[in-house]
Design a protein around this ligand. Sequence first.
Ligand SMILES: Cc1cc2nc3c(=O)[nH]c(=O)nc-3n(C[C@H](O)[C@H](O)[C@H](O)COP(=O)(O)OP(=O)(O)OC[C@H]3O[C@@H](n4cnc5c(N)ncnc54)[C@H](O)[C@@H]3O)c2cc1C
Length: 277
Amino acid sequence: MSAEKGQAAPSVGKLIYREDLTPDLAILRVQPTDESFVPEFKAGQFVTLGLNIDGKMTYRAYSISSPPEERRWFELYIKWATEPVIGKFTTALFHLKIGDSIYWRKPAGVFTMEDKKADGTADDRNLVLVASGTGLAPFVSYALHLKAIGSKRKIAILHGARNAKELGYRELFESMARDNCNLAYLPTVSRPDDLQSLGWQGHTGRVESLLQSIDGSPSALEKILNDKLGTRNSFFHVCGYQGTIDSVVSVLQPLGFVTNRNKRKDGSFDIKIETYG
Ligand SMILES: Cc1cc2nc3c(=O)[nH]c(=O)nc-3n(C[C@H](O)[C@H](O)[C@H](O)COP(=O)(O)OP(=O)(O)OC[C@H]3O[C@@H](n4cnc5c(N)ncnc54)[C@H](O)[C@@H]3O)c2cc1C
């Protein structure tokens, strides 16, 4: 197989695990075929997967949800793209069986955690991680990494999904929140009447609604932070589809937050963004 122009040949791996949360949402693990360790990476980076589809190597980027401390495999949280038309790569991926080959390129990306401010001082603001759908993947890696290194930084994980079944990693975060008073988990579903949300008693609406204060009363996030939201106490990471990112930024901008795409003159920013497409 020839590598893409200017790129090293991809490594060969195999699918070793899949947990289908719904017919079009899965947690997958990919291990190097020779069972060697995966390369070192930082929490928040992505791996590029490759499949031979109709005789042509096709690649797509996927955030790694496992932490850097887990070197046996890459764990990934992937949605089968079905709308408006069937996605090319995910259709092939969702037809793979355990043991099937899958290619991968070494992890890359800059959607990693900021532990210093632009002036070089430690950033100990609350880490607010906002995700829609599979945009949660890098935050799973962040949370497990912070736990592994014994960090005391306060984290709030806000996850929006269409229905309760699509709240991947819910049990993990519920259990982490029970064990660690520095971690808060705020899931919300936008379709509470869906059959797949049966029994759901948590927040409803899109994930940005967790940031909105209505009629001057504190937002869901402010309630758990026990403080008024501001750049002084919170640093945001937002991941997922463009619509979610735009909505979250439009709630935060009037409060003085600026993104890494539009930094202040001194290089500082309070929102880091990763778009999936
Ligand atoms: C840094 C990064 C990290 C990512 N991490 C993740 C992750 O962790 N999990 C995850 O699920 N995804 C992730 N993605 C998205 C992923 O890379 C793919 O884009 C996604 O899986 C869809 O790939 P696909 O080949 O199945 O769809 P594609 O065939 O590439 O189609 C993409 C979208 O366009 C639509 N489309 C295709 N053709 C047409 C057409 N002719 N007209 C109109 N619409 C069309 C499809 O319906 C689909 O919605 C990430 C992307 C980036 C850039």
